[in-house]
Each structure stands twice: as C-alpha cells, then as structure tokens.
Write a new protein. Sequence first.
Length: 138
Amino acid sequence: MALVQTLLACLPYLTLLVCVLGLTWRMARWRRAPAPVAPLFPLPPSRTATWRRTAAELCLLRGLHAGDRSLWLGAWPLHVALALLAVGHIRAFVDFPGLWQAMGLTPDAVDGWPAFRAGPWDLSPWPLASISSPAGPS
C-alpha cells in the first residue's frame, strides 16, 4: 500500500517531466528544420500594421472565416465566450476600471453581477438565481 501511495505521489512530477522533455525535443526539431527562402505571405510594412493584423486575426478569426464560414459561425462565439469567461475569472483577483468605463458601467453595477458575488447559489443561471437562491447575502 505504501508503494502505491508513493507512486501516486510521484505521478504529477513524472507527468511534468515528460511534458517538459517532450516540448524541448519538439522545439529542438523545429529549430533544425530548414527555413523557407522567401516568406509565404506578404508581410505588413510596419510594426503597427503587424500588430493591427494580428489583433484582427485574434479577435475576428479572419483566416477561419475565409476558409470555412460554417465552422467560423460556431468557433467565433465560442472564443468570445471563453474570453469573457477568462475576464470573469480574472475579475475575482483584479479590477478593470478602464474596461468598465469603456463599457459604460459603474463599479457598483459590475459588482452586482451574479457571477461576481460570493455564494454557490449565485453561480446558477440568471433566470433561476432569483428562484433558487436562499435568503442570504446579496
């Protein structure tokens, strides 16, 4: 039994070691790969244009939209939802006054959102929150 507990205790460290070694091996392989002589696509003329093009691709998924619009119709809302979920989780530790001001919200309005209040009952879907939440802090 002690051997099994020891093996289970070492498993996360072994997993991390395999991941780091695998990533290192793969990056070494990529580094040895020959680089193309000419770029595969036209490069933007300035650094600002590069940042603008990258931001547009990240926010709008233009490459996917050009390639497969039906896939884009599902992928774009999914990525927007994931970004909002990440902001919501980060909001537990950091405040974004500039973002709230840009959205026209006050800090009191943001703190009133059910996802940002304490209590497990406040994590339920909004229409059900008023029905299922017990009498408690709001």
